[in-house]
Design a protein around this ligand. Structure first.
Ligand code: ADP
Ligand code: MG
Length: 683
């Protein structure tokens, strides 16, 4: 007997080949597959008779195959399978490329259901690549809202759909983690019903109830987690770190004036540091708004009060960059700063200190500020008196990682997270409970709006002329290569090819640098340094430049195949330029453009700040992109549609209701297990 934990290989029809593909998708057990939800649905629920088919309209027809055969096309080197289907109102042609087996599976006289869109193409009026299934077994792939799943090459939708429809009855034994009180009070479908509806909804209405439930769950877990975390924190002690007069002098000595927002945020943080309970604050500010220096000020104040501070960056390059920036700012103040990443272990400007030596100095307190990556978390470090932890680009960190530095000691350090991800207020309340937020709303003075343009192939030369002109005036140019999905998941090959082409054909007289994820860190730094100092003023890169790289001289970023990137990513790319008073450009290169894709790129030209873009991104999700797949990119939520303030409110109400009933959640062990109490930040 199959049950939820049975291996998928125990299902009839799952042989080694299919199992291999399923494993690739991380689908091992029945439960895994039941939780593999469709990311969209094709609406083939409209049954029509053949004489009612309209061009461009999706429909399912029922009919009899009159004729079916496969032939090789001498011109296009492919197999064409053609069929004529008849019902009592007329007949219609159907055609498939490269699916010769269809002519063996179906034969004249078979009763079938066919779902597709009537097209008037090169080959006349017909159904191109419709889905076909025998009438007797009909209703899985046609004649309904048909689920479309994430898959890999060679594992077609029909196989996944057939498997799921086979195991769907097993949802009966899925037990619900939501307390029945909540299910009743908020009129939610049960978990088994939800799972069934998500896979095979009878209607959009049923689907939307199921979606509501799954989003509700996702947000509820996060909300409960952060409420409980906050509660825990309230019982913890922290070092009270007084304001230090020298901090004023540090600020006065900066090469520019702080913006009002930076000043306000720094002050909010410093006030929190002075309290005997741990700070739990998010510093939010669009790309380029100057968060680093605010964090630097907080660290400085901490260090001057005799405590240690640590900054965690998501990549080695960023850690290194922060180290450079902050070393410069703090140089006159005799502060000892350590950089600890996989490739760098150094204290101040000494090279190659031994990791052991650094650890020693951290634990005896002679290192004041530690900047690092994961490496910092992986090594056993005993801080002498860690007062403040700063986490840069917080959305890039796993909860456990962030938790590591913060959780262990009896004196909890203050925590400052930083993010460029814009979060509307109602959402922040749900996601972070009562986490405090400081917001940098404006960019430093003198910044010009970045000119964003969509560039079609015929205008490519103009783009190159602009680049040439900018380089002549002493500026720098980023060229971002497209995301390649196949074998080469980092786009390395594309970047290398493009680099060669540009260097030999387009800009033979300008030195170009190449940056991609396969380079060693030291090489990456070398490339960035020669880009910064102008030795190689053009940088061809994969998406590794996405977060945080700060080169104020950069005035152009050209993004190839821009339509392949998400809006959040494009916005991060754009944030690499316009970091000084100079006029900057973001050029979005594209040749294939669907109306939807064009609309997205146009949003880039319309909106300059991340907040507006995030909102557009959420609103523009079609009813087809239902779950999971099209994560908004601005937030790492799997399902939630964040614009739904009514639901956000309901979730908060539910969380509060549960916590009032039982703060420890012990009444609901399954729910409790879902919410890992040890997590510091919501996922
Ligand atoms: P982000 O918020 O994206 O992390 P950074 O902290 O990297 O931004 O700052 C972006 C750039 O702006 C840096 O080059 C930094 O030196 C500069 N900058 C920061 N604050 C100011 C300011 N008040 N005036 C002028 N430039 C500033
Ligand atoms: Mg930054």
């Amino acid at each position: 007997m199959l049950n939820l934990t049975s291996k998928l290989t125990e299902i009839k029809g799952v042989g080694p080949a299919i199992a291999k593909h399923l494993t690739k998708l991380n689908l091992i057990t029945i439960k895994d597959l039941l939780n593999h939800f469709p990311y969209r649905y094709e609406d083939f629920s409209n049954f029509l008779s053949i004489n009612h088919l309209k061009i461009g309209e999706k429909a399912t027809i029922k009919g009899k195959i009159q004729l079916i055969n496969a032939r090789r096309s001498w011109k296009r080197r492919l197999t064409i399978t053609e069929a004529v289907i008849k019902d009592n109102t007329g007949s219609i042609k159907a055609m498939w490329f490269n699916q010769p087996y269809l002519a063996n599976t179906f034969k004249p006289g078979d009763e079938v259901m066919i779902a597709g869109t009537l097209t008037a193409g090169h080959y006349g009026l017909q159904l191109e690549h419709p889905i076909i299934e025998p009438l007797a077994r009909g209703g899985v792939h046609t004649g309904r809202l048909v689920p479309i799943y994430y898959s890999t090459a060679n594992l077609n939708q029909k196989i996944i759909r057939n498997l799921i429809s086979q195991i769907l009855p097993l949802t009966h034994s899925v037990s619900d983690w939501l307390p029945t009180e909540i299910i009743k009070k908020f009129k939610l479908p049960t978990l088994p019903t939800t799972i069934r509806s998500l896979h095979y909804p009878q209607s959009f209405q049923e689907l939307s109830l199921a979606r509501r439930r799954i989003i509700f769950d996702e947000l509820l877990f996060i909300n409960l987690k952060s409420l409980l975390m906050r509660r825990q924190l309230n019982f913890k002690n922290a070092h009270s770190i007084p304001f230090n007069e020298q901090t004023k002098k540090l600020i006065a000595g900066l090469p520019w004036q702080l913006t009002n927002d930076q000043r306000t945020c720094a002050w909010e943080i410093i006030k929190d540091l002075g309290k005997p309970s741990p700070m739990y604050r998010l510093l939010q500010g669009d790309v380029g708004s100057g968060k680093t220096v605010v964090a630097g000020i907080a660290c400085f104040n901490t260090v001057k009060a005799g405590f240690q501070a640590a900054i965690l960056a998501p990549t080695e390059i960023l850690a290194w960059q922060h180290w450079q920036t902050l070393t410069k700012i703090m140089e006159p103040w005799s502060i000892t700063i350590a950089l600890l990443t996989r490739t760098h272990q150094q204290i101040n400007n000494q090279k190659n200190n031994k990791a052991g030596e650094i650890k020693e100095k951290i634990s005896n307190g002679s290192v004041n500020l530690i900047i690092g990556t994961h490496a910092l978390l992986q090594t056993e470090i005993n801080f002498q008196n860690l007062g403040l932890v700063v986490i840069d680009e917080q959305h890039r960190w796993g909860v456990e990682q962030r938790n590591y530095l913060v959780g262990s000691k009896n004196q909890t350090p203050h925590l400052l997270s930083m993010t460029a991800t814009p979060i509307p207020r109602s959402l922040a309340l749900t996601l972070y409970g009562d986490l405090d937020i400081s917001l940098i709303k404006t960019l430093p003075a003198g910044r010009q709006p970045i000119i964003t343009k969509i560039i079609k192939p015929p205008e490519r030369q103009l783009a190159y002329q602009l680049i040439r002109r900018e380089i002549k005036s002493g500026n720098r140019v980023f060229i971002i290569c497209p995301l390649i999905e196949e074998s080469d998941n980092l786009g390395v090959k594309a970047a290398v090819t493009e680099y060669n082409r540009l260097q030999t054909e387009i800009f033979p007289d300008i030195k170009i640098g190449l940056l991609h994820g396969k380079l060693k860190s030291v090489e990456k730094e070398r490339v960035i340094i020669s880009f910064k100092n102008g030795q190689a003023p053009i940088l061809v890169a994969t998406s590794v430049v996405e977060v945080g790289i700060d080169v104020p001289e950069a005035t152009v970023i050209l993004i190839e195949a821009a339509e392949r990137f998400g809006l959040a990513q494009l916005h991060q790319f754009r944030g690499r330029v316009g970091r000084s008073g100079k006029r900057s450009y973001c050029l979005l290169m594209t040749d294939t453009i669907t109306p939807r894709g064009l609309e997205r790129l146009q949003a880039m030209t319309k909106f300059s700040n991340g907040f507006d873009l995030a909102e557009f991104d959420l609103k523009s999700r079609g009813p087809g992109d239902l779950l999971g797949a099209t994560q908004s990119g601005f937030l790492k939520l799997k399902f939630a549609e964040l614009a739904n303030t009514e639901l956000l409110k309901t979730v908060r109400e539910a969380a509060q209701y549960l916590i009032n009933l039982d703060t420890s959640l012990t009444r609901w062990p399954k729910l409790k297990a879902k919410i890992k109490l040890e997590n510091f930040h919501p996922e």
